[in-house]
Design a protein around this ligand. Structure first.
Ligand code: KG4
Ligand code: ZN
Length: 338
């Protein structure tokens, strides 16, 4: 079975084809980073308009790269991100996906963006199967999820305020780093002294698995304002901030592994590309006899491959006749999925 996946929930247009026998057949990604950079953040209306411009040419490109039969539709189904995300941006992907599916006479499947992230490590070879703990860390979400099986998700903990990626982006912005701040701040942190500023590790003293990052952000702001704002201070704050975040995530992951009894944590979402997080979680999990799995870097941030794959898994489970034509939603809990 071959599934075309379309991702358009935020500022990346991602398109890919997943084939159940051959794996990923083609992937295209267009990032709108430059478009939004001058505004310091994603402008929803501009994002929607840009998805319109980019999505069809990208689909055309992946289809051309795949051998097809003239007398058959090029794919067996079309999967699209139905939410959560920016409604206008989601509508672009879903309208096109449903139109193409209608024209080709194949089903369309609305995919939950976070389920796409959560399953994305399984696109890589030699990944363990269910059950596992998922740590989903993106610009919009910070979630610890007990994944018992495909579609059986229990949210163990989440951020009560800013998402981790958002905290990275806002911290970067307040120190004058260019948009998108997260990766820039992480790059800077590699050269900094992570012990120079003793930032709080939020919520660690309390039991439970929820997160809160707004207090940490305020501590950074106060430290930055009280400093001489030199390049060295910026670098050391970046390193100290990153270390506080990574320490917090590491402790919570260990708690989640203990609470569920699972021995694997799958890390996904944009912040999953953070090198320090990858290295530290790897060591911490090994120390408790568990394993941390990460998708390849290119699959950490938003992409079409995870949507094609998540769509394929649902069709494989329920059959091509199942109806998954979801309306788009800005908000959508993972626990509502089956
Ligand atoms: O999953 P994603 O591509 O989009 C959302 O669904 O939000 O995640 C984007 C987020 C942004 O906040 C970005 O700053 C952050 O992931 N990010 C990073 C790194 N790369 C991307 N944060 C920390 N370190 C990185 N290397
Ligand atoms: Zn995402």
């Amino acid at each position: 079975m071959r599934v075309l996946g379309i991702e358009s929930s935020c500022d990346e247009t991602g398109v890919a084809i997943y084939d159940s026998n051959q794996g990923l057949m083609g992937e295209e990604l267009y990032s709108q980073v430059e478009l939004h950079a001058r505004y310091g953040g994603v402008v929803p209306e501009l994002a929607s308009r840009d998805h319109i411009r980019k999505v069809l040419p990208l689909i055309d490109k992946v289809l051309r790269a795949c051998p097809t039969h003239e007398d058959r539709p090029p794919v067996d189904a079309v999967a699209y991100t139905a939410g959560p995300g920016l409604v206008g941006a989601l509508l672009v992907g879903s309208s096109l996906a449903r139109s193409l599916a209608f024209g080709w006479g194949v089903p369309s499947i609305g995919v939950h963006h976070m389920e796409g992230h959560l399953l994305s490590p399984m696109l890589a070879e030699e990944m363990p199967g269910f059950p596992f703990v998922a740590l989903l860390v993106s610009g919009g979400h910070t979630l610890l999820v007990d994944v018992k099986a495909h579609g059986q998700y229990t949210v163990l903990g989440q951020s009560l305020d800013d998402a981790v990626g958002e905290a990275f982006d806002k911290t970067a912005k307040l120190m004058g780093l260019p948009y998108p701040g997260g990766p820039e701040l992480a790059k800077l942190a590699e050269q900094g002294d992570a012990t120079r500023f003793d930032f709080p590790r939020p919520m660690l003293k309390k039991p439970g698995l929820d997160f809160s990052f707004s207090g940490l952000k305020t501590s950074v702001l106060l430290a930055w304002q009280a400093s001489d704002q030199s390049a060295q201070v910026r670098t050391d704050i970046a390193a100290s901030f990153q270390q506080a975040v990574v320490d917090t995530l590491t402790v919570k992951v260990k708690r989640a592994l203990k609470a569920t009894g699972h021995s694997v944590v799958m890390v996904a979402g944009g912040v999953g590309a953070n090198k320090q997080l990858r290295a530290q979680l790897d060591v911490a999990c090994k120390s408790v006899g568990a394993r941390a799995c990460f998708p390849p870097m290119r699959l950490c941030t938003d992409n079409g491959a995870m949507i094609a794959y998540a769509g394929w898994l649902r069709l494989q489970r329920d059959g091509l006749n199942a109806s998954y034509d979801e309306p788009v939603r800005a908000r959508w809990s993972l626990e509502e999925l089956r």
